[in-house]
Write a protein that binds this ligand. Structure first.
Ligand SMILES: [Mg+2]
Length: 362
């Protein structure tokens, strides 16, 4: 079998009220598909990061793959990731990630197996947490409490909220309100999206320790491994990080610095399915758990396939106006807060192009 064509399609739509985290405001949402065609009529679907630069990198990489056997995922990964040509990390690695995901979708379709089975099937459904708790115009403590309460009513046994955009005292107060809303038995995680210097992260951690916080995510900038370690040493709350880390080598460095108890790799960022599975194995060898970041439609398979998968990050409709409509089979939360991976071959994602077409940008 040979790859005959690689094509990118990008869609983008506006949020009515932008969501805000500790660092950034997000007025837009969107999705980028990579379609990988073969001479035997099977087509792989990859999901990629959005934006012109990733798109251009995918187009630049495509000729390297034409004529190659799509089953040679390891060889093709190495062919794309030649440091001197493409760079070792950053947006070009995101482009490689999207292509690699498409190759694994293709692999599943060729084998007639859903990706979670192809990768080694460890569990039939995956524990999740509902991500949210963003800052938003018009959203105060009352609205935050209502959102957390709604998550629990949907079945969530764990929830995550943002910190880092307000003062340490105000954010500690938001965590208190969230704890009161969900009760004592639901896990709460906080996520600063790298907003703090290490000493302010420590101040916040100490003020929220009494609210039984399950993890503190990205307290400081991703390259500040030393800062992660300082925060980890100063608080009883476990530190989670990794959504902005690239490749097996980046995770090797996080692990070596002992700055995180939980790793949050993202297949769409770090180097695709191939690299995610290597990071999961490396973490396992160090007694560390994996909790995937974002894009639940891919990660549900990977989290179901590994023995050290802690929780899938799960986004619900409040995060994105098209969330329930952009795919024909959106992943729904089970009443016990788990999610079950689809059983269709590959990643089992079916874009609803009727809905998406008016949002196409490239
Ligand atoms: Mg995060």
């Amino acid at each position: 079998m040979k790859i005959t064509n690689i094509e990118v399609q990008e869609y983008k739509w506006k949020r009515e009220i932008p969501i805000v985290d500790g660092m950034l405001t997000y007025p837009w949402s969107g999705v980028t598909f990579i379609s990988i065609s073969t001479d035997e009529g099977v087509t792989g679907l990859g999901l990629a990061s959005s934006g012109k630069i990733v798109r251009a990198a995918i187009e630049e990489l495509a000729p390297l793959l034409i004529g190659e056997d799509p089953l040679n995922t390891e060889r093709l990964w190495q062919k794309m990731w030649i440091p001197k040509l493409m760079g070792r990390r950053g947006l070009t690695t995101r482009a490689i990630s999207g292509i690699d995901i498409g190759l694994w979708d293709l692999r599943g379709k060729i084998a007639g197996l859903p990706l979670h089975k192809l990768l080694g099937g460890f569990r039939d459904s995956v524990p999740t947490y509902v991500a949210g708790g963003y800052y938003q115009e018009g959203k105060g403590l009352k609205e935050l409490a209502a959102e957390m309460d709604e998550n629990v009513r949907m079945g969530a046994t764990a929830v995550k909220m943002k910190v880092g955009a307000l003062s340490v005292r105000e954010d500690a107060d938001r965590v208190r309100v969230a704890r009161d809303a969900v009760g004592p038995d639901v896990k709460i995680m906080i996520d600063a999206n790298c907003a703090y210097r290490y000493y302010d992260a420590i101040r916040l951690a100490r003020q929220v320790e009494d609210y039984d916080v399950f993890w503190f995510e990205e307290p400081v900038l991703p390259d500040d491994y030393e800062g992660h370690r300082k925060v980890a040493e100063a608080t009883s709350i476990p530190i989670a990080t990794g959504e902005n880390e690239y490749t097996l080598f980046g995770f090797r460095d996080i692990i070596a610095q002992e700055g995180a108890a939980i790793l949050n790799p993202d297949a769409k960022i770090l180097g695709g399915v191939s690299e995610f599975m290597k990071v999961a194995a490396l973490a396992q060898a160090h007694g560390l758990d994996i909790s995937s970041h974002g894009t639940q439609d891919i990660h549900i398979h990977l989290m179901a396939a590994i023995p050290n998968g802690l929780m899938l990050e799960y986004y619900r409709d409040t995060h994105d106006p098209l969330w329930l409509h952009m795919y024909k089979n959106p992943l729904m939360l089970n009443p016990d807060g788990t999610v079950t991976p689809p059983d269709e071959p590959g990643i089992g994602v079916f874009p609803n192009f009727e809905v998406l077409k008016e949002h196409r940008v490239a």
